[in-house]
Write a protein that binds this ligand. Structure first.
Ligand SMILES: [Zn+2]
Length: 329
């Protein structure tokens, strides 16, 4: 008779349990929209146009080849470097030619908190000129706005007036939920490359990936606590040679965590982005933090950037939103 021997039974049982538990720990279905700020390049003041072009091409080729939709947010002041204006505009054009979309990030990366409403509004308007023209050539409408430094206003009246102004001009605000300060790693990476310090360069890339993973895990958990589920996330990155060289590894990391890449428009359809939000403060921050603060649950255990990254950033006098070049005459 073909009866299983007794010793087989625990084995069959163990295999059954293994299959069951594999199903219960399967990777969740997550979604994220990728956005890239400070175009044409976060460090446009330190880069010649030829390097901006090469960096842009490499970054956009990867994103296009991997089918990742992206919106890039522009600071038009960075276009006006004497002798390089055409090539810098051409770098923006490449985003549209690759099938991506552009948004406004103000002309000169102006903080609403620092500049005040009127000066900030002027900077929003000044930041539309070239981008709107390029988009019109592609039959596209300029429709997204990203606050520089994520500064949405120090007081609620300013915040609401600024929002009404943006709506009036046809914008949808592009919030963010995932931000691991890639601009900081990008500054260190650029410097290491300039100095041909490959060991340090690799150390920076390793930490950039590790820190992003920590931040993703943290905001996935915080999402559950604050929103009750993981909303369609919006990731903030910056146009840099770090991203041009290594965004593929970051996208792999996101895929391993179960993320699919969606458009910003799709992400914004998530009801989470309509949650009550009266956050105001000196420091700009992500929208999950806004919602957490609304619920009186002040986030206090966010991952911390390693001290050596902070120290080196200070030594190099780097900051986000560096704006180059001369304004138009
Ligand atoms: Zn920015």
């Amino acid at each position: 008779m073909n009866v299983p021997r007794l010793w087989c039974i625990p084995l069959i049982f163990a295999a059954f349990i293994a299959i069951l538990s594999a199903q219960t720990v399967k990777t969740p279905d997550r979604q994220v929209a990728v956005t890239i700020d400070d175009l044409p390049a976060a460090m446009a003041d330190r880069l010649p146009a030829s390097e901006i072009t090469a960096m842009t091409r490499k970054l956009l080729d990867t994103l296009r080849d991997q089918g990742v939709p992206v919106v890039g947010f522009v600071n038009e002041k960075k276009l006006y470097k004497p002798g390089e204006v055409d090539e810098r505009i051409q770098a923006l054009q490449m985003w549209l030619d690759h099938g991506f979309e552009l948004g406004n990030h103000t002309f000169s990366h102006t903080s609403l908190n620092q500049a005040g409403l009127k000066a900030w509004e002027d900077d929003v308007i000044q930041g539309e000129t070239v981008t709107r023209m390029l988009m019109a050539q592609h039959k596209m409408k300029l429709r997204y706005f990203r606050h520089p430094f994520l500064d949405t206003g120090r007081d609620l009246l300013t915040r609401r007036e600024a929002e009404a102004f943006l709506v009036e001009r046809g914008y949808r605000i592009a919030p963010i939920t995932l931000d691991a300060w890639d601009w900081m790693f990008a500054g260190l990476y650029h410097d290491a490359k300039q100095r041909n310090d490959e060991t340090f360069e690799q150390q920076v890339v390793k930490e950039y990936l590790a820190y992003h993973e920590k931040v993703f895990a943290y905001y996935e958990q915080l999402s559950l606590k604050i929103v009750g589920y993981e909303p369609k996330q919006i990731l903030l990155l910056h146009a840099s040679d770090l991203e041009a060289d290594h965004i593929g590894e970051l996208l792999d990391l996101l895929r391993r965590r179960g993320y699919r890449f969606i458009t910003l428009e799709d992400a914004l359809s998530d009801p989470a982005y309509s949650l009550p939000d009266t956050y105001v403060g000196e420091e700009g921050t992500g929208w999950i933090d806004h919602w957490a603060i609304m619920q009186g649950k002040i986030p206090h255990d966010a991952p911390v950037i390693p001290q050596w990254v902070m120290d080196r950033t200070k030594e190099l006098h780097l900051s986000t939103g560096q704006v180059s070049a001369e304004p138009p005459q």
